[in-house]
Design a protein around this ligand. Structure first.
Ligand SMILES: [Zn+2]
Length: 247
C-alpha cells in the first residue's frame, strides 16, 4: 500500500487500484511518468536578512550608511535528519561490498542529498533498504506497480534497483556507467526523501537528478547530482520520508 516511484526504460502502467499519480523514475518514458508527478516548486525559502550589527573590534564609521542595504546572511544550514538504510545484493555477479561502497559514497557525497540536511547512514537494522535484484524480483518488490522486469522503483521503505540497469545503464544514457549508477541511487533515494519528478528545464543545461534521465533528457545533459534548487527544495524537509500513496 505504498506509492511506487518506478524507474525503467519503456514505461510503467498505473497500479490496479490506485488512482493516485504514479511517479515513474529514472528510465521510464511513459507520459504518465511526468504528468502530475512534477513537484510543486514553491519559491525557495527566503534568505534571512539581518541588519548590520556593530562589532566591538571595528571603529565606528564616520560615514552614514543609510544608502546601503543590509547585508544578506547565508541561509542557515538545514537541520540534520538521519535516515538509516541498509543494502542488499540479491544477484550473484555484483559484489555486495562494491555495491555498498558505491551507494555509501554516493549518499555521503557533498554534492548529494546530504547538502539538504539528510544524513543517510548505513545501519544493519535500518527500516529503509536499497536492494539490487533481478527484474523479476524487483517486479515483486514494486507491487502494486509493475516494473516489467526492466525498471527500478521506490516503494515505501524499499528502493529496488534493477540489476540490468546497474550493469549496463540504458542505450539512451549518454554518460558513463559510474555516473549512471550515481544518478540511479540519487534519483531513487530522492524519492525516498519525498522528492518527485521534474523535467529538463533548459536544453543544454544539466538535468535535475529527479528528471527521468535515461529516456527523458529532452536536451539536458546527464547529471548524477541534485541541482541547487533541488537541494533547496529538499532542505525544507516538508515531504514525508518513504512516502506512501497520496503523500
Ligand atoms: Zn523516478
Amino acid at each position: 500500500m505504498t506509492r511506487a516511484n518506478v524507474a525503467g526504460k519503456g514505461g510503467v502502467r498505473r497500479p490496479r487500484y490506485f488512482a493516485t499519480v504514479l511517479l515513474v523514475c529514472g528510465l521510464c518514458a511513459l507520459p504518465a511518468c511526468a504528468s502530475g508527478s512534477v513537484v510543486d516548486r514553491a519559491s525557495p525559502a527566503p534568505a534571512t536578512r539581518t541588519p548590520p550589527s556593530p562589532s566591538a573590534s571595528e571603529p565606528p564609521s564616520e560615514t552614514p550608511q543609510e544608502s546601503l542595504p543590509p547585508p544578506v546572511t547565508p541561509t542557515t544550514a538545514p537541520p540534520r535528519v538521519v535516515v538509516p538504510y541498509r543494502v542488499e545484493v540479491r544477484v550473484p555477479d555484483v559484489s555486495p561490498s562494491d555495491f555498498a561502497a558505491t551507494v555509501r559514497a554516493t549518499l555521503a557525497d557533498p554534492r548529494g542529498w546530504t547538502g539538504a540536511g539528510f544524513d543517510l547512514v548505513e545501519t544493519p537494522d535500518a527500516p529503509h533498504v536499497i536492494v539490487l535484484a533481478e527484474g523479476a524480483e524487483v517486479d515483486v518488490l514494486c507491487l502494486p506497480y509493475e516494473t516489467y522486469g526492466a525498471y527500478s522503483c521506490q516503494n515505501g521503505p524499499v528502493v529496488a534497483l534493477n540489476a540490468d540497469r546497474w550493469r549496463v545503464a540504458t542505450p539512451e544514457w549518454t554518460g558513463d556507467l559510474g555516473t549512471y549508477r550515481q544518478m540511479l541511487v540519487n534519483h531513487e533515494v530522492g524519492h525516498l526523501l519525498g522528492q518527485r519528478h521534474v523535467e529538463c528545464a533548459k536544453p543544454g543545461s544539466l538535468a535535475a537528478v529527479m528528471v527521468q534521465q535515461s529516456t527523458e533528457l529532452k536536451g539536458c545533459l546527464p547529471n548524477a547530482w541534485p541541482l541547487p534548487e533541488e537541494i533547496g527544495d529538499a532542505a525544507r524537509h516538508d515531504q514525508p520520508i518513504a512516502p506512501g500513496p497520496g503523500e
